[in-house]
Design a protein around this ligand. Structure first.
Ligand code: CTP
Ligand code: CA
Length: 513
């Protein structure tokens, strides 16, 4: 049987077409498979959130902080965030020396609050730490036994909470300064180095750290990285290795130079020349009056040396609202007469030349914020801070009280003293000049987290700050997937092109297609 004419060429053109179709189908299938594998393999796992609790047992009050962070990123810098702060009612725990059990009872409300914030199934795994600062340091100097009783009362309370109790202790002034410095630099991202630049360690530009200024009720801390690496005083120098970089840090904590103890020290000095129970005080507004128990005034190790027997049990303080006179009295608290080092702040304490920017928090911020002297970007120049204080101190108490009905009288009555004290401490004590004053930023929070020592303390105790830089992925998840797909497409395209050029398929030959 004769084959019909033209049947052969028809068969020949169908085969290559089929081959191209199959090839195209396989190509599309390969691309889909590639994308699916890349996406599913690198898919983010559901977030596993961790919690940590720190109680800051300060001299004036206790705060409970709850922090949270994604478990899979705990060694990255800047991932821990404060999600709750609970202010414990009443005084600081050192104020319970006469009724120790009340110290533990006072924590009840905030511990309940923490139980609401942390999901119940995570209570047991959530660490809780308590750190006590200068109020307890002073109580310990006064009566070590009572201080330990207070501490074990709060410890027992924390042990009986559903959280994972990790310790309650009095931290040193050095630790307080160091952890405050770690906190603000962690939150400001000073330890962060860009991912790509990590491949070029020599060229990596590392951000400068920021110094930390913390003012409490009973002590104040100054911490910064000085220009000179070698320190003249070992007790003021700390060494850290964080995220692959070494830091030599200067720190000093002045016990008794928190603003409440400083006011007491000023009052006992004023009392030395007093003949009557009435004391005129330029650091309070005119028209303001306050009675101070003489026994209470001398009850602190900060004032004990000035103890004298007085004929009256109460001091009657009467305000005269005079910034200049107030400043003169305050400056007497800073002894600048002798310095055994090349440079000192005051009381013969070594301090290297000030270096870089500073973050000033706690009472530095509360006071300067109230006085509108803590603008976000840069603070009011020193001279305008001084004129604000002159004006504020000279206002009669009745006027101030009427202007700020929402502010607690205890705080409001002391802002004239506190603002003047802050300026004196920074200017005369630490020797900030008109220029370096501009390098200070008064800050309460950084993001959602309060500036203070607690976050740094927790980061350290949970080993969340590695000494060496953890290996970082140079690309984001999306970037990685995109690049994988793109390079695969280029590769497949190149293979196809090569195949077409060198093994010219029949379909591409002239006359067939
Ligand atoms: N809005 C506020 C809140 C607090 N204060 C004052 O700020 C001081 C407390 O500062 P803080 O940093 O909380 O001190 P503590 O941590 O309690 O004390 P220390 O760190 O010395 O242990 C107290 O004098 C308190 O009266 C203030 O003036 N205005
Ligand atoms: Ca404090």
């Amino acid at each position: 049987m004769d084959e019909p004419k033209g049947a052969k060429p028809k068969m020949a053109s169908t085969k290559p077409k089929m081959a191209v179709l199959i090839l195209g189908f396989l190509f599309v299938l390969a691309v889909i498979a590639l994308i699916t594998v890349a996406v599913t393999q690198n898919q983010r796992l559901p977030k596993n959130i961790k919690y940590g609790i720190v109680l800051d047992a300060g001299s004036s009050h206790t705060n409970l902080y709850v922090y949270t962070w994604p478990a899979e990123k705990e060694n990255d810098t800047g991932v821990v965030q404060q999600v709750e702060v609970c202010k414990v009612e009443g005084p600081g725990i050192s104020g319970y020396s006469q009724a120790v059990q009340n110290a533990s009872r006072s924590l009840q409300h905030c511990l309940e609050r923490a139980q609401e914030v942390v999901p119940q199934q995570q209570h047991q795994e959530t660490p809780v730490y308590l750190g006590a600062t200068a109020g307890m340091r002073l109580l310990s100097l006064e009566n070590r036994h009572v201080a330990m009783e207070v501490l074990s009362a709060v410890e027992n309370r924390l042990r009986s909470s559903p959280f994972n109790f990790q310790g309650a202790r009095i931290i040193t002034g050095q630790e307080e300064g160091a952890y405050g410095w770690i906190t603000i630099n962690y939150l400001l991202g000073s330890f962060k180095q860009s991912g790509w630049l990590n491949f070029l360690p020599k060229l990596t530009s590392i951000k400068e750290t920021v110094g930390a200024l913390d003012l409490g009720g009973a002590s104040t801390q100054i911490t910064f990285v000085p220009e000179q690496e070698q320190s003249e005083s070992q007790e003021n120098s700390l060494h850290f290795r964080l995220y692959g970089k070494s830091y030599n840090v200067y720190t000093h904590s002045f016990l008794c130079y928190g603003k409440d103890q400083a006011l007491r020290m000023k009052l006992v000095r004023d009392l030395q020349n007093a003949e009557t129970a009435r004391l005129q005080d330029p650091c309070f507004h005119t028209g303001y009056e306050r009675n101070v128990s003489i026994r209470d005034l001398y009850a602190s190790p900060c004032t004990a040396n000035y103890k004298q027997s007085l004929a009256f049990p109460q001091l009657h303080v009467v305000g005269s609202g005079d910034y200049q006179a107030c400043q003169t009295r305050i400056e007497e608290l800073f002894n600048k007469t002798s310095c055994p080092y090349s440079k000192c702040s005051f009381n013969g304490i070594f301090q290297p030349p000030l270096q870089g920017h500073f973050g000033a928090f706690s009472a530095f911020y509360f006071v300067m914020n109230f006085l509108n002297l803590s603008a976000d970007s840069s603070p009011a120049p020193l001279n305008s801070a001084i004129s604000t204080m002159k004006n504020f101190c000279s206002r009669p108490w009745s006027e101030v009280k009427a202007a700020y009905p929402q502010v607690k009288e205890k705080y409001l009555s002391e802002y004239c003293f506190s603002g003047t004290y802050i300026i004196s401490l920074l200017k005369t004590g630490y020797e900030f000049s008109l220029e370096t004053w501009q390098q200070i930023q008064f800050l309460g929070k950084i993001g959602s987290s309060d500036a203070g020592w607690t976050l740094g303390y927790m980061l350290n105790l949970t080993n969340m700050i590695p000494a060496e830089q953890p290996l970082m992925r140079p690309l984001s998840h999306a970037g990685y997937v995109g690049l994988m797909v793109l390079s695969s497409l280029v590769l497949v395209g190149a293979l196809l092109l090569g195949w077409c050029i060198f093994r010219k398929p029949r379909c591409l030959r002239k006359g067939i297609v």
